[in-house]
Design a protein around this ligand. Sequence first.
Ligand SMILES: C[S@@+](CC[C@H](N)C(=O)[O-])C[C@H]1O[C@@H](n2cnc3c(N)ncnc32)[C@H](O)[C@@H]1O
Length: 236
Amino acid sequence: MQKNYNVVAGFNIIAPAYDLANDAMTFGLHRLWRTSLCKLAAKLLPARGSLLDVATGTGDVILGLLKHRGDCHLVGVDPSEGMLQVARDKFAKKAALHQGSIDIRSGDARNLPFPDNSFDVVTISWGIRNVNPFQDGLREMLRVLKPGGSLLVLESGKPELKPIGAAYKYYSKLLPFIGGRISGFMPAYKYYTETVESFPAGAQFVAELFEVGFIKGQYKTLGGSIVYLYSAQKPH
Ligand SMILES: C[S@@+](CC[C@H](N)C(=O)[O-])C[C@H]1O[C@@H](n2cnc3c(N)ncnc32)[C@H](O)[C@@H]1O
């Protein structure tokens, strides 16, 4: 692992190229995978409910949710001002009519700037891997959820399926070069592949969800098991 790598500074640098690099590295599939999370969140939200998207980055979870649930209050939080600026520009262009129901704030998953029991649903897509220690972030998400509220986590992980694992191992060596070429900052993409390699995935991550106090933890895999969609609930 790169020593003293500053995650937020890295995202500030790559922010303008972040979406394009994701398109190139996943052949656009990251959009489909994120849509799976948005559709599930849209089903779980009550009428005029509230959702917090942690590590909201360039805002695509919020934009995806607006398509289904324009009645809800959608809040995004992220510590990278560079990523949030891209999100704000996108919302101004693509969601001008919904500005009243969107709220974007600077903030860290480990110290969320919201009172206890505030949200019906909390989402985090490709964010939890960046939170160190991630258990502190999960505890905060549990705190700000209303009793009975749902957490959805989308995250890359080492593939469960063996043939995919072999191909992915090779492909993951190329990712820093593709991401580095597009963004001009390869360390961010080296950090990505290193953290995917070391982050707990599947049943191991579900065990972490139970450990911090969530119930009904489960997961399904996407993209031949290189992406994991987890769900869990805060007890009543
Ligand atoms: C890979 S991007 C994901 C962005 C977006 N959720 C998506 O689906 O594309 C990871 C995001 O995590 C944010 N991040 C890094 N450390 C964080 C922390 N401690 N708390 C919350 N977000 C963090 C970064 O600033 C970045 O915007």
